[in-house]
Design a protein around this ligand. Structure first.
Ligand code: SF4
Length: 452
C-alpha cells in the first residue's frame, strides 16, 4: 500500500488544507507513513508569513534532496504560500515534482493521480456516502503539528482533534496591509457558497466533529463577492442549523470589517462562541497608517467596547507586530498601553521581518533586532501577567468544556472562550460537553474537575 506524508506549518487555513490533502490521499488509497523518508507521496504545505517560517520551509525542502535521490520515484510537492513563481522554483528545485498554489487541494490530488502512484482502485468510505452517522474517529494529527510560534496553543502543546474542524469560508483577501505577503500569494477574496460550507459542516458532523471553525484570512469579508451578496452573519445562521454541531467559531476578523450584524449573531446564536480573533497589530495611529490598516487605535477601542457591551464576557484575542519600520519607543508605548487597557485573552506577538515583494519592503527596517526582541518580550511578559489574572478569576467557577482528546491520562478541551482546560474523568468524554469546576489556573491552561 503506497504511503504519504504531509508536513504542514502556518495558520489554521493551512492546517485545514493539509487535513483535506490527507483525507483526499486516504480516499485515493494511500496510508500515512510513519516517517517522511518512507513516503511515496510527500507534501510540504508551507507558510512564509515571517522569515522564521520561510527559513523552516527551505530547510525542510533542502533536507528532502537526498531522500528524493534515494527514492527517485517518490512524488514531492511544494504547496502553500511559499509557491510564488512556480517556474523560478522549478529551476531552483528540479527535484520537486509539483508546485501547488495555496489551498489548491484539488490541483494537488490531480497531480498525485497523474503521477501514477495512486492505487488502481481508490478506497471509498461507505458510511460517508450512506449518510449514516459514524463513531468518532481516533485523532489523526497532521504528520507534523502546525506550529503557531506565538500562539498559546503551541505553549499548551495539545494535539489536533477531530472534534474541532476548520472549514474554509473565504479564500484570499482584498486588503492592502503593507507588511503582508499572504494576500500576494493567496490572491483576492473568493467566498465559497453557503450551501457548500453547510454541506461540509454536515459531513464533518457525521464524522464526529462537534465544533466548526469558519476560516478566512479576513473572514468578515465573507460573501460580499457572492451573487446575491451574503455576509458572515448569514453564514453563521446557516451553519447554526447543522445537527450534531455544538459550537461554531470564526476567524480571523479585520477590525475594519467586523460588522454589528456579526456581533449580534454572536450574541443571539447559542452555538456561536463568544470568542473574537481581532488583530490590532499596533496601538499607534502612525504605525497603523504605515501598515495600511484601515482603522485608528480609537476606532479599535470603540469596536472592543461594542463587542463587550453586546456580548458580556466575550474573549478577545489579538495579533501584534513589534518593530515595524518607524516604530519609535513612544509608538511602542502606545501599543503597550492599549494592551494594558483592553486586557486581551490572548496576544500573538511577532517581531517584524521584511517580506520580499511587499510594499513595506521599501520602508527602512530601522528597529534593531535586539530592540525588536526587547519589545516582543515586553508584550509577552505583560500578556502573561494579564491572562494569568483573567484565568485566576475563573477558579471556583464551573465552565462548559467541549472535550477534544486526552493527553497524559487527562482529558482536555476548550471553554466557549477558547481556554484550554484539563480534567480527570472516568468514561469516554471525547466529543462531549462537560461541566468542569476550575481548581487551578495558569496563563496557558486551566485544570478542573467534572461537576455532576
Ligand atoms: S487583512 Fe491584511 S494582514 Fe490579513 S491577510 Fe489581508 S492583507 Fe494580509
Amino acid at each position: 500500500m503506497p504511503l504519504y506524508y504531509v508536513w504542514n506549518i502556518g495558520c489554521q487555513m493551512n492546517a485545514a488544507d493539509a487535513r483535506r490533502v490527507e483525507e483526499g490521499l486516504e480516499a485515493m488509497g494511500f496510508r500515512r507513513a510513519p516517517q517522511i523518508e518512507q513516503a511515496d507521496v510527500i507534501v510540504l504545505n508551507t507558510c512564509v508569513v515571517r522569515q522564521s517560517a520561510e527559513d523552516r520551509v527551505w530547510g525542510r525542502l533542502h533536507s528532502l534532496k537526498p531522500v528524493k535521490r534515494r527514492n527517485p520515484t517518490a512524488f514531492l510537492a511544494l504547496m502553500g504560500c511559499a509557491v510564488g513563481d512556480p517556474k523560478a522554483l522549478a529551476a531552483q528545485f528540479p527535484y520537486v515534482d509539483a508546485f501547488i498554489r495555496p489551498s489548491d487541494v484539488e490541483g494537488l490530488l490531480r497531480a498525485v493521480e497523474q503521477s501514477g502512484l495512486a492505487p488502481a482502485a481508490p478506497a471509498r468510505c461507505g458510511s460517508e456516502r450512506s449518510g449514516e452517522p459514524r463513531t468518532l474517529p481516533q485523532p489523526v494529527p497532521l504528520s507534523e503539528p502546525c506550529p503557531s510560534d506565538e500562539g498559546e496553543d503551541s505553549r499548551a502543546a495539545v494535539p489536533p482533534s477531530p472534534v474541532s474542524r476548520g472549514i474554509t469560508a473565504i479564500y484570499g483577501c482584498n486588503h492592502r496591509c503593507t507588511y503582508c505577503i499572504v494576500r500576494l500569494r493567496r490572491g483576492g477574496e473568493t467566498s465559497r457558497p453557503v450551501a457548500d460550507i453547510v454541506r461540509e459542516a454536515c459531513q464533518t458532523a457525521e464524522r464526529g466533529a462537534r465544533e466548526v471553525v469558519l476560516l478566512g484570512q479576513n473572514v468578515d469579508a465573507y460573501g460580499r463577492d457572492l451573487n446575491p451578496p451574503q455576509d458572515l452573519a448569514d453564514l453563521l445562521y446557516a451553519v447554526h442549523e447543522v445537527e450534531g454541531i455544538y459550537r461554531i467559531r470564526f476567524l480571523t476578523s479585520h477590525p475594519g470589517d467586523l460588522s454589528p450584524r456579526v456581533i449580534q449573531a454572536v450574541r443571539d446564536l447559542p452555538k456561536v462562541c463568544e470568542h473574537f480573533e481581532l488583530p490590532v497589530q499596533s496601538g499607534d495611529d502612525g504605525v497603523l497608517r504605515r501598515m495600511g490598516r484601515t482603522y485608528t487605535a480609537a476606532e479599535y477601542r470603540a469596536l472592543v467596547a461594542a463587542i463587550r457591551e453586546a456580548v458580556p464576557g466575550a474573549a478577545i484575542a489579538t495579533d501584534i507586530i513589534v518593530g515595524f519600520p518607524g516604530e519609535t519607543e513612544e509608538a511602542f508605548q502606545n501599543t503597550y498601553r492599549l494592551l494594558e487597557e483592553i486586557r486581551f485573552d490572548a496576544v500573538h506577538v511577532a517581531a517584524y521581518s521584511v517580506r520580499p515583494g511587499t510594499p513595506a519592503e521599501r520602508l527602512p527596517d530601522d528597529v534593531p533586532p535586539d530592540e525588536k526582541e526587547r519589545r516582543r518580550k515586553a508584550v509577552d511578559d505583560l500578556q502573561k501577567r494579564i491572562v494569568g489574572e483573567i484565568n485566576r478569576a475563573l477558579v471556583g467557577q464551573a465552565v462548559e468544556v467541549l472535550v477534544e482528546g486526552q493527553k497524559k491520562g487527562r482529558w482536555f478541551g476548550r471553554t466557549r472562550t477558547n481556554k484550554l482546560v484539563f480534567f480527570e474523568g472516568a468514561g469516554d468524554w471525547l466529543g462531549r460537553l462537560a461541566q468542569v469546576r476550575i481548581t487551578w489556573a495558569g496563563p496557558w491552561s486551566l485544570v478542573g474537575e467534572v461537576t455532576p
